[in-house]
Design a protein around this ligand. Structure first.
Ligand SMILES: NC(=O)c1ccc[n+]([C@@H]2O[C@H](COP(=O)([O-])OP(=O)(O)OC[C@H]3O[C@@H](n4cnc5c(N)ncnc54)[C@H](OP(=O)(O)O)[C@@H]3O)[C@@H](O)[C@H]2O)c1
Length: 350
């Protein structure tokens, strides 16, 4: 790493939709530099390079990870390739930030985390909402007892999409379905909030009861789960590819509620990423605004880059730590299993 400039050199593996957002976030992070991109599809690679002013373009993922000037690779391919592409980066001695979900199942995530640990490289799963300041503020409010004892959490993420069998979202072979794509956000968030309520960084549900609908392409199109964290704390989570369910995060306590009207994507495509927290109690409603001009992905880019500059091997809470990525994946597996879906694993090389 070139520490004299105090900039971490990033490579992007897979210049698809979300990689564009991440490149914008990186550009808003002074301690980071997007040095290189690797892609298999020449036109897409060239367009990405031009749009983001990337110096080095590689026509294969193998060439990308071999660039000796790169510190860390952001893996932005479909879920079913995260294990293989993550291992590719690790075997080349690079740190990695892998898009969520880090694997198709907990077994994939365990393998990636273990490989990163053995190679002594950085590992982070890219849960951008965990890096936005609203998560930390939520934890503070709970810790201060702003709504008394936490009793229930409701978290929903989804909407109505065209059923497109050509899209990775509806293709079981590419890890399609709502749970893996967007249900993972409610899972990670309720685990964190339940943990904070118990004075821990995170907590695991004692029971999980799933329901929902599997569509004709074989993926979950609508999924619900009721979670019991013990000690009188429950959560209802939902995700949908094929139903308008309002994006929601509501915490109900013995003395009031906290609501985040935009829980998952404040400033997703462009800044500002302002977030509103609404606290409602018997004596009235109070609003807090967290304002930031940056785009949402800048937060995770900064968290990861700072952690790498400090020599950490995984970011600090409330970002997802490597250990927590495994635990989160286990709950996602339980949700899929409860829906009658197979618990998946990926091939290790492609
Ligand atoms: N954090 C977020 O907010 C967020 C939002 C959306 C998606 N994601 C995650 O990001 C990942 C990518 O999603 P996306 O929507 O950006 O996907 P996408 O637009 O389809 O892009 C995927 C990229 O992966 C590469 N790729 C390699 N092998 C592939 C294969 N066999 N089939 C299809 N693509 C292949 C392609 O790159 P080449 O150019 O090399 O062909 C393509 O550019 C997913 O895991 C998803 O969960 C995260």
């Amino acid at each position: 790493m070139n520490t004299s400039q105090r900039q971490v050199a990033w490579g992007i593996l897979g210049p698809g939709t979300i990689a564009h957002n991440f490149a914008v976030g990186l550009a808003e992070t002074p301690v980071a530099k997007l040095l290189a991109v690797g892609g298999r599809t020449p036109d897409r690679l060239a367009a990405f390079g031009e749009r983001h002013g990337v110096e080095r373009l590689y026509g294969s993922y193998e060439e990308l990870v071999a660039d000796p000037d790169l510190d860390v690779i952001y893996i932005a391919t479909p879920h079913s390739f995260h294990l293989a592409h993550g291992l590719l980066a690790i075997e080349a001695g690079k740190g990695l930030m892998v898009e969520k979900p880090a694997g198709l199942g907990a077994g994939d995530v365990e393998a990636l985390v273990e490989a990163a640990r053995k190679a002594d490289v950085f590992f982070m799963e890219a849960y951008k909402c965990r890096c936005h300041p609203q998560t930390e503020r939520l934890a503070e409010l709970l810790g201060e007892g702003a709504i008394g004892r936490l009793e229930h959490i409701e978290a929903r993420n989804g909407g109505m999409l065209e059923r497109d069998p050509a899209s990775r979202l509806f293709d079981p072979a590419l890890g399609g379905g709502g749970i893996l794509d967007i249900g993972c956000y409610p899972v990670t968030t309720v685990r964190l909030i339940a943990g904070v309520a118990k004075g821990l960084p995170y907590a695991e549900p004692v029971t999980l009861e799933a329901s929902g609908e599997i569509g004709p392409t074989g993926v979950d199109e609508i999924a619900f789960a009721e979670l019991d964290f013990g000690d009188g704390l429950t959560a209802s989570i939902a995700c949908a590819l094929r139903r308008e369910i309002e994006d929601t995060l509501v915490l109900t306590g013995s003395k009031g509620t906290i609501r985040l009207p935009v829980p998952w994507r404040p400033g997703r495509n462009a800044g500002p990423s302002d977030a509103r927290i609404v606290i409602e109690k018997d004596d009235g409603v109070r609003e807090e605004w967290l304002r930031d001009p940056r785009q949402l992905f800048a937060f995770e880019a900064e968290v990861a880059t700072q952690a790498i500059l400090e020599g950490l091997k995984t970011p600090r809470w409330p970002a997802m730590t490597a250990e927590e990525s495994i635990l989160n994946a286990r709950v996602i597996d339980r949700w899929r299993d409860g829906m009658g879906l197979p618990v998946l694993s990926s091939v290790r090389s492609i």
